[in-house]
Design a protein around this ligand. Structure first.
Ligand code: URA
Length: 210
């Protein structure tokens, strides 16, 4: 994957995203759509995984058949909204290892501070897919990738539902080696850091906390 930003324009993704954006969509529907759309995004983010072959026997004859090469990949969710993307991705890649990074924003410095981090071992040998539905300012995403690189990861991709130009620019500056896969690039952030037109607070909408 060479492009820094990939927008998944598949009609199913775009249709489901519109339903998710609609403020009248219920929590249950939002959650189901999120699961479906994250599987479709995972399809794109894993498009260039390396393959090797394994000798098998079909009922007809022997063959060398393609299988994924290397260690199981790692999914890393940025808490809490990233968790909403896990089920859909795991449906496609059930043996992936899963890590979690929790960050909050220090109101004095406005910088992300880590409050939780549990990562799979051997990150240096795995493709690491970071999941967070909203790439807004890019501060927490950049901080999460800092952490992953410090833990040894070298092959990292970022998967989100929506990206703001500000977040894409921040990631391009901090981590130009990390390709981003998203369903849409929206217009801009508002003064509270929410994406416009966006879909509101992704965590609140998927967990029904508002
Ligand atoms: N996080 C959200 O949940 N929504 C936004 O619009 C931006 C960040």
């Amino acid at each position: 994957m060479t492009d820094h930003l990939t927008i998944v324009t598949h009609p199913l993704v775009q249709h489901k995203l519109t339903l998710m954006r609609d403020k009248n969509t219920s929590t249950g529907e939002f959650r189901a759509l999120l699961r479906e759309i994250s599987a479709l995004l995972a399809y794109e983010v894993t498009r260039e995984l390396e393959l090797t072959t394994r000798a098998i026997e079909t009922p007809m004859q022997e063959m060398d058949a393609p299988v994924l090469k290397g260690k199981k990949l790692a999914l890393v969710s940025i808490l809490r909204a990233g968790n909403g993307l896990l089920d859909g991705v795991l449906e496609l890649i059930p043996s992936a290892r899963v890590g979690f990074i929790g960050l909050y924003r220090d109101e004095a410095t406005l910088k992300p501070v880590q409050y939780y981090c549990k990562l799979p071992e051997g990150l240096e040998d795995r493709l690491v897919i970071v999941v967070d539905p909203m790439l807004a300012t890019g501060n927490s995403s950049a901080a999460a990738v800092d952490l992953l690189k410090a833990a040894g990861a070298t092959n990292i991709r970022f998967m989100c539902l929506l990206a703001a130009p500000e977040g894409v620019a921040r990631m391009a500056e901090a981590h130009p080696d990390v390709p981003i896969v998203t369903a849409a690039l929206d217009k801009r952030l508002n003064d509270k850091g929410y994406i416009l037109p966006g879909l509101g607070d992704a965590g609140d909408r998927m967990f029904g906390t508002k």
